[in-house]
Design a protein around this ligand. Structure first.
Ligand code: G6P
Length: 622
């Protein structure tokens, strides 16, 4: 995890780095640092905690340096303190770098360096990279005896030799005090983008740190490095083979990543869902033919429609969206489907038969476990489809084909609009596959007509925010909550519980409502909140039974029900209503009040909604 940003150009680097780090803070926020290179001297400032603490420490005395690197950290190796915080400097003091990823063979390399009397200051794997480059640079020969070419650039050569020794993942930005005009970046397994401006460059973990300054970028692939100087840049593989990369337009504007009057990104992103859903469906639903058009899958739809099995793989919230997808592929397309935690899938020697299709779901497109599952599936011959939000992300590029979520940048760590867009994409795909199999034209038409109304219906739910806040307030001192739903509302219950725990640190469990009686019912005590998703559906009567089981044991019921359902009122201590829609589409509506509930609970408890403790938006480590 972690975010990196580096600047080389004509302007003062310091404010650009600090601003960039603030944009990347969602990737990790336990410590941070910047290094500025001016007049052959590197100045490093590090701080524990948020970027604001670093900003305070560097002060307003803007350094004149026009080259610098910065880092925001989510600790993996070593505690969150200033010694372990990046940038790291090598033992010679010449090489300074920032790193996102994990060096798996760092212990071996460290031992080798220590045998050469190289001393280490931190507990990090990253310092090994700095020292390895420094060792090769100062000795002019590498571990395998290769010597720096007489006409070559020694800095570039030393970096390249060191990269060839590394096992693991890295996004790196590196400077050398002997080369005040050079910035080197390298990528393997962690994202890295080079923003390209007029005689200026920004290397960053994602485009949000770039877009304020330049609108064009190149996306590095694994095992590639970029060497930028003030006149231009070149890209090559770490095996020293030149590669030419095309410039791409960064697809979002600064507005999309600013708070725009909201107090928190999560609040903004919840509110953006009508628009995000509309954009996700735009041009993809054809109400004349009752078909769905997913451009990125056009060449694979026949194979998809005739597949014998679909495996959906993802982590966290995206995994919950996968559970909805599983249900829909089976119900609408009658294709056997199963959902796998990406982290489990890769290690259990999965059976992938001829004709298995794997769908990887991810907001960031960078989640390490999901990426590893994709690689595993590809190795075994599966066609891998991506449902990804971030354009040009590693998963988007690694999958054979895909559908973008088009939810726009999601910055709050707790995923909201990406979830509803993930479910919308999976629903559209299930309907289209259904149409190619058994689903009637009439029913597909009904579903699609309902789908296009979802943005407006979400808008109506958003208006209940104050009412939901009151419910959160009334239960805010409760430390244990249950979230219960059946059928398609079971994943919604899981997602509601996850939202509450990740930002308000309240313990919450989501489960199929009927399973409660097999154990969790023992937890119910007087006043314990139980959130039921009980909208009109085929299991409505059954879930009423489950609500009664909770009430008779003193639990407080918060019920999400269909508008106009008078019957449900007698079972609800607190009632939240959502507009009616087809049962298959209910997850998209029913999750909205749960997102709002979690948001208010976290604010009421005084937590940092957008940057909850111990979490990061994009988990690029295993
Ligand atoms: C992290 C985030 C979650 C997210 C999960 C998967 O744990 O905090 O919100 O659902 O990663 O991320 P992805 O980017 O693959 O959807």
């Amino acid at each position: 995890m972690c975010g990196i940003v580096a600047y080389l150009g004509q302007k003062n680097a310091q404010p650009i780095l600090i601003e960039g780090l603030k944009r990347l803070e969602y990737r990790g926020y336990d410590s941070s640092g910047i290094a500025l290179l001016g007049d052959a001297e590197v100045t490093i400032t590090k701080s524990v905690g948020r970027i604001s603490a670093l900003e305070e420490k560097v002060g307003v005395d803007v350094s004149a340096a026009t080259l610098g690197i910065g880092h925001t950290r989510w600790a993996t190796h070593g505690a969150a303190n200033t010694i372990n915080a990046h940038p790291h400097v090598d033992y010679t003091g010449k090489i300074t770098l920032v790193h996102n990823g994990i060096i798996e063979n760092y212990a071996t390399l460290k031992k080798w360096l220590e045998s050469k009397s190289v001393e280490f200051a931190s507990e990090t794997d990253t310092e090994v990279v700095a020292n390895l480059i420094g060792y090769f640079y100062s000795h002019g020969n590498s571990r395998n005896g290769t010597k720096v070419p007489a006409s070559g650039n020694k800095f570039e050569w030393a970096v390249q030799e060191a990269l060839n020794e590394l096992v693991g993942s890295y996004g790196l930005a590196i400077i050398c005090s002997d080369y005040p005009d050079t910035l080197i970046g390298a990528k393997k397994g962690s994202p890295l983008i080079l923003g390209v401006g007029e005689k200026e460059f920004i290397i960053a973990s994602d485009a949000s740190a770039i877009v304020e300054h330049m609108t064009q970028a190149i996306y590095l692939s694994d095992n590639e490095m970029v060497i930028a100087n003030r006149d231009g840049f070149k890209t090559k593989t770490i095996d020293n083979i030149a590669v030419s990369k095309s410039l791409k337009e960064i697809e979002f504007s600064l507005d999309a990543i600013e708070l725009a009057g909201y107090e928190h990104y999560m609040q903004k992103e919840i509110a953006e869902q009508p628009e995000a859903l509309a954009t996700c469906m735009k041009g993809r639903i054809d109400l004349k033919s009752n078909r769905v058009v997913l451009g990125g899958l056009q060449n694979h739809l026949r194979k998809l429609a005739s597949t014998k099995r679909i495996i959906l793989t993802a982590c966290g919230t995206a995994w919950h969206a996968g559970l909805v997808g599983e249900f829909l592929f089976e119900q609408l397309a009658r294709i056997p489907a199963e959902v796998e935690y990406a982290s489990e899938f890769r290690y259990r020697n999965p059976v992938i038969n001829d004709g298995t299709i794997v769908i990887a779901i991810s907001q960031s497109g960078e989640t390490a476990d999901t990426l590893a599952a994709i690689e595993q599936a590809k190795e075994r011959g599966a066609l891998v489809i991506g449902a990804v939000n971030v354009v040009g992300s590693t998963i988007a590029r690694t999958t054979d084909a895909g559908v973008y979520l088009r939810a726009g940048p999601e910055i709050g760590v707790a995923s909201t609009k990406a979830f509803t867009a993930q479910v919308a994409v999976l629903t559209m795909l299930a309907i289209e596959l259904g149409r190619r199999r058994h689903l009637s034209n009439e029913y597909a038409g009904e579903l699609l007509r309902e789908m296009v109304q979802l943005p407006d219906k979400v808008g109506l739910i958003l208006k209940q925010s104050d009412h939901i806040k009151e419910i959160a307030k009334a239960n805010i001192d409760r430390d244990n909550w249950l979230f219960l739903g059946r059928g398609l509302n079971y994943p919604v219950a899981l997602e509601g519980a996850l939202k509450l725990k990740e930002i308000s640190y309240i313990h919450a469990e989501g489960m199929p409502a009927a399973e409660m009686k097999h154990g969790p019912i023992a937890l119910i005590t007087d006043g314990m909140p139980a959130v039921f998703i009980a909208t009109r559906c085929s299991q409505y009567e059954k879930i009423i039974g489950n609500i009664e089981q909770v009430r008779s044991r003193g639990g407080k019921t918060i019920v999400v029900a269909t508008e106009g359902d008078e019957n449900i009122k007698q079972y609800a201590d607190y009632l939240i209503t959502v507009p009616d829609t087809d049962e298959k589409l209910q997850p998209i509506l029913n999750v909205i009040p749960l997102q709002i509930l979690a948001y208010h609970a976290a604010v009421l408890r005084g937590h940092d909604v957008d940057k909850p403790r111990n979490l990061a938006k994009s988990v690029t480590v295993e």
